[in-house]
Design a protein around this ligand. Structure first.
Ligand code: PMP
Ligand code: GLU
Length: 398
């Protein structure tokens, strides 16, 4: 029978990061020696004190439906965290807890964006922003950057892309996939432009906040003149190694919280109760509990940069956060393997998977067709092996 799937889903692209991770699992299951540097997932286990809080939640029977917007005490804890770590003023009623930052983001897209509205995506952007924009019926306005500008947009670039239909700008800092971090002065300069457009909202995705090598994390939501138009998204997955717990949250003006809660009330009834209590323990802990993981990521970043810099033809930025490197590999376009000419980043990715048995993600998925994303959230040994394999495979191209 031919598929009768809705047009909405037909037009939705599959998550390239999850697709590559699934492909690697499939090849591994077939017995192939695949190294997967495709998925953005810390290789650490969740810290014990967080697991203990979850066990306690079960023992204390936090097993019933929660309030749709999240438990009051957990929202109070997040409110404290926002103030303590980010100097953001979000009282508990301005917080909504959801099933991962992914759901937090989608709630906001659906709450704000009408078909035809313009959504601005500074590229490279995280894959799902584009899918969410598409699903909301938005017109996507991609603002291109390059390695030369450290993959960051300038106020002039932003202004040049704004129109009367601009509704939402979405960015992450530290950035997935480039690892770039916006400094406070840079956010202030962007905020000056945003302030001129009263109908423009900003999603600031700060999920990599704790994996920041500059020692300074700046939140655009602290800038007075635009703070009523900023939605701050955060989550537990990256900084606390809690990807599987599926817990994220937003701080936002109350009307956005109300709209997003309405959506959540119809579709999920709220986030998992046990994960909420675990999240409370995580956000109340001193952020220094995340430092050991951050320091390990920094050491690995240095290792992978050292190795990548020995490969001819790669242009590599120095990521200041997250756990990705986003090298420009366009000098390989036009070269050939036994299978034929490599025209683009997607074909190079496929070549590296079949020849080097290393899974990476094409830059196309992130809005930059000249690059590849490498996730370095794995051991030194595996990273060294992967870099050697990549180098050997690239040297074979002619
Ligand atoms: N934002 C960014 C920038 C991410 O890389 C991810 C990856 N998971 C998410 C949001 C979604 O996080 P979660 O796992 O909490 O849904
Ligand atoms: N955010 C991670 C990544 O970019 C996890 C996968 C996903 O959620 O798409 O790889």
């Amino acid at each position: 029978m031919s598929s009768n799937v809705s047009n909405r889903v037909k037009n939705l692209s599959e998550s390239a990061t999850l697709a590559m991770a699934a492909k690697s699992r499939e090849l591994k299951a077939q017995g192939l020696d695949i190294i997967s540097l495709s998925l953005g997932e810390p290789d650490f286990d969740t810290p014990d004190f967080i697991k203990e809080a979850a066990k306690e939640a079960i023992e204390n029977n936090f097993t019933h439906y929660p309030p749709v917007n999240g438990y009051q005490d957990v929202r109070e804890a997040i409110s404290l965290k926002f103030k303590r770590d980010n100097n953001l003023d979000y009282p508990p009623e301005n917080i909504l807890i959801s099933t991962g930052a992914k759901q937090s983001l989608m709630n906001v897209f659906l709450s704000l964006v009408n078909p035809g509205d313009e959504v601005l995506l500074p590229a490279p952007f995280w894959v799902s922003y584009s899918a969410m924009a598409e699903f909301s019926g938005a017109k996507q306005i991609i603002i291109e950057t390059s390695i030369e500008s450290d993959f960051k947009i300038t106020p002039d670039q932003l202004r040049a892309n704004l129109t009367a239909n601009s509704k939402l700008m979405v960015f992450s800092s530290p950035c997935n996939p480039s690892g770039s971090v916006y400094l406070r002065e840079e956010l202030e300069a962007l905020a000056d432009v945003i302030a001129e457009y009263e109908n423009l909202y900003v999603i600031s995705d700060e999920i990599y906040e704790h994996i920041n090598f500059t020692g300074q994390h700046a939140s655009i939501g602290t800038i007075e003149k635009i703070k009523d138009r900023v939605i701050t998204v955060n989550g537990l997955a990256k900084g606390f190694a809690m990807t599987g717990w599926r817990l994220g949250y937003i701080g936002a003006p109350q009307w956005i919280i109300k709209a997003a809660s309405k959506i959540q009330g119809q579709f999920t009834s709220g986030a998992n109760t046990i994960a909420q209590k675990a999240a409370k323990a995580a956000v109340l802990a001193d952020p220094s509990v995340t430092h050991e993981m951050r320091d390990t990521f920094l050491r690995r970043r240095n290792l992978i940069l050292r190795e990548l810099n020995t490969i001819a033809g790669l242009k590599v930025n120095v990521p200041q956060g997250a756990f990705y490197v986003f090298p420009d590999i366009s000098s390989y376009f036009g070269k050939s393997s036994q299978e034929g000419i490599i025209h683009n980043a997607t074909e190079l990715c496929i070549y590296l998977l079949s020849e080097a048995k290393v899974a990476l993600v094409t830059g196309d998925a992130f809005g930059n067709p000249n690059c590849l994303r490498i996730s370095y959230a794995t051991s030194d040994e595996i990273l060294l092996d992967a870099c050697n394999r990549i180098k050997t495979a690239l040297q074979k191209l002619y």
